[in-house]
Ligand binder design. Structure first.
Ligand SMILES: C[S@@+](CC[C@H](N)C(=O)[O-])C[C@H]1O[C@@H](n2cnc3c(N)ncnc32)[C@H](O)[C@@H]1O
Length: 288
């Protein structure tokens, strides 16, 4: 299993587009904060921005003094949680495209990409089951990444966060919000189709079981599992590396073949992201 390297991923070098920075958004700390919308384009034009495609489809890099990760906004003119938007113009001067800045401090998936994860099954057209959607910060970037052909089923059991998630989904047709307990996939089985990827960020001690239980319902054979593990949510007394190893072991026992593990430091302390491929055993499928 490959180990992540850390450090910044510079992204690919093709297809440069230039444009203007736009609408700072609130940039605040509140998780569920809504962006201003900026319909009238009041935000003052800022420095020139150059956007390059990242090596992962659906992700881009805004080049500047400090490079930042961005996704192409599925709903131009709107921020989701106060994030900054950048308007870029294709070189031929034709179509205007808008991007949203993705802060790795606010997203495990974003941190994994910036940290140099090697495989990214969340891509244009993918069907994703997202466990632990919270208010939809990362879900919204997944929605940008998968684009109009993809779908993200976002499960969140807190009603408060679920409300923000549901509101966000009203503007994003590829997001299906599900306010339910991810431990009870049978409760939402009528809403969710078979998926290519399960992404999990529930921060629960039984997260490995939650993921594999959902996989047995919804994940294709050879589908992908991407799980963020917060060590002290599983065992606050053990060393994080030992917790990660034992969680990987649990995944392995339940049909997931680990492919990659990387630390989410410095963005998320004592967190690791594990990427695995799922292969349900015949016995398990029959039992379900
Ligand atoms: C670390 S936060 C997720 C942050 C989110 N992934 C993001 O990047 O924006 C964990 C979320 O998982 C939710 N959660 C925890 N246990 C859950 C469960 N059993 N079912 C559904 N959601 C759960 C919590 O309510 C919380 O919103």
């Amino acid at each position: 299993m490959g180990k992540g390297k850390g450090g910044k991923d510079k992204g690919g070098g093709k297809g440069k587009v230039k444009g203007k920075g736009k609408d700072k958004g609130k940039g605040g700390k509140g998780k569920g904060g809504k962006g201003k919308g900026g319909k009238g384009g009041k935000g003052k034009a800022k420095a020139k921005v150059v956007i390059e495609p990242h090596r992962f489809a659906g992700v881009f890099v805004s080049k500047g003094k400090d490079d930042s990760l961005v996704t192409r906004n599925l709903v131009p003119g709107e921020s989701v949680y106060g994030e900054k938007r950048l308007a870029a113009e294709a070189e031929e001067g034709e179509e205007k495209v808008e991007y949203r800045v993705w802060n790795p401090f606010r997203s495990k998936l974003g941190a994994g990409i910036v940290g140099g994860i090697e495989q990214m099954p969340v891509k244009p057209g993918a069907k994703v089951l997202y466990l632990g959607g919270a208010s939809g910060t990362t879900v919204s970037h997944v929605s940008d990444m998968i684009g109009p052909e993809g779908v993200v089923y976002a499960v969140e059991f807190s009603h408060r966060s679920g409300r923000d998630l549901t509101n966000m989904a009203k503007r994003r047709p590829n997001v299906v919000p599900i306010v339910e307990d991810a431990r009870q996939p049978q409760r939402y089985r009528m809403l969710v189709g078979m998926v290519d990827v399960i992404f999990s960020d529930v921060a629960q001690p039984d997260q490995a079981r939650i993921v594999t239980h959902n996989a047995s319902f919804f994940l294709k054979n050879d589908g992908w599992v991407v799980i963020s593990i917060k060590a002290n949510c599983v065992d606050s007394t053990a060393a994080p590396e030992a917790v990660f190893a034992s969680e990987v072991d649990k995944l392995r026992k339940d049909g997931c073949k680990p492919k990659e593990q990387l630390t989410l430091e410095p963005y998320h302390r004592d967190h690791a992201l594990v990427v695995a491929v799922y292969r349900a055993s015949k016995k398990k499928k029959k039992d379900e």
